[in-house]
Design a protein around this ligand. Structure first.
Ligand code: SF4
Length: 336
């Protein structure tokens, strides 16, 4: 009989970030290979041991500087190297961003995530986003930023401005990273994640599936996330949105069960992380999203838009949450 070598502890024994076991890729592959129902059931058990399964964390995402990115990431319509219909925009005005953050809060989001299409910010960009972060934080929202690779001292500056989370995804299996991203490598990502942790920021780090990877490569992605120590507080699992003009526009469809398996395996290997059902939800029927929640997803992007692609509107999300008796997790800032 297969053993899954899980070291799950009783709720009372859990520390905020227990040092996780090291996950070998083959162990994660074994989880993926479990009978579907058993896998979902096991993930649901882990979910219940660590969280209230009815609470869903809601994050609203805003692109504060869109397009024209010098990087070459095959999944991304914001790369200046691809001919997509995306219009390049300069940084949004602070007032406009604050207005969007107020609306997000009024609609029930607890976290406001801001993204800018840069390889990495310049010192002047850090100044500009620090100002924005302080303003958003003062509204009583958690803040998250995704601004690319960071240089020394930048993460500390963002932390001082009031940033709670920094998003920096590992994208795909480290072994195929350079097949998907051509202008930086996996170690560059790890370097920025180290800076983020060192500055005392929380980490939001996930990846994308449906980029023609094999199941074993999906397992490699999950293992690389689960082996971050401490594990990321937030783990967005994205399904590729195929955008015309990007090299992955004709990627093969991923079977929906495989996406649910990925969520379940993320839940089992990262028991205390918020696993976010992220991009690609517009193409997911309600029943599939429901199964993802059952398999341990407990966070969503909430709002009509992701950085540049569509997302289900708040109304349909609230309707689904009502049907499933799920409720939004509230955020109580310690000092605002
Ligand atoms: S994923 Fe980020 S770094 Fe890569 S092209 Fe898009 S905006 Fe630029």
């Amino acid at each position: 009989m297969t053993t899954y070598n899980l070291r799950l502890k009783a709720k009372s024994e859990l520390t905020p970030h227990p040092t996780a076991q090291y996950w070998r890729k083959c162990q994660v592959e074994e989880l993926f290979a479990m009978p579907f129902m058993e896998l979902v059931f096991k993930a649901a058990q882990v979910h219940r041991e660590n969280f209230d399964p009815q609470a869903i964390q809601l994050s609203t995402l805003l692109s504060i500087k869109t397009g024209g990115c010098p990087e070459e990431c095959e999944y991304c319509p914001q790369s200046a190297r691809y001919d997509t219909s995306l219009e390049k925009q300069v940084m949004m005005d602070v007032e406009e961003i604050i207005e969007k953050a107020k609306i997000a809060k009024a609609r029930g989001a607890s976290r406001f995530c801001m993204g800018a299409a840069w390889r990495g910010p310049k010192p002047k960009d850090i100044k500009a986003v620090s100002n924005i972060i302080s303003e958003v934080k003062s509204l009583g929202l958690e803040t998250c930023g995704t601004f690319g690779l960071l240089e020394e001292g930048m993460a500390e500056d963002l932390k001082k401005a009031g940033l709670d989370y920094y998003n920096h995804n590992l994208d795909t299996d480290p072994e195929r990273y350079n097949k998907i991203v051509h202008t930086r490598n996996h170690d560059d990502r790890m370097d920025t994640l180290g800076k983020v942790r060192h500055a005392g920021l929380k980490v939001c780090c996930g990846g994308i599936v449906g980029m023609n990877e094999t199941r074993s490569e999906r397992a490699g992605l999950i293992a690389s996330l689960a082996n971050l120590d401490p594990q990321p507080e937030s783990v967005p699992i994205n399904q590729l949105i195929k955008v015309e003009g990007t090299p992955l526009e004709n990627a093969e469809d991923l079977d929906w069960t495989e996406f649910v398996r990925t969520i379940a395996v993320a839940r089992i290997t990262m028991p205390k992380s918020y696993v976010r059902l992220s991009a690609g939800r517009t193409a997911m029927p309600e029943a599939m999203q429901t199964l993802c929640f059952m398999a341990g997803a407990n966070s969503i992007f909430y709002g009509e838009k992701l950085l540049t692609t569509c997302n289900p509107g708040e109304d349909s999300d609230r309707l689904l949450m009502d049907k499933l008796d799920l409720y939004p997790l509230s955020y109580e800032p310690s000092e605002v």
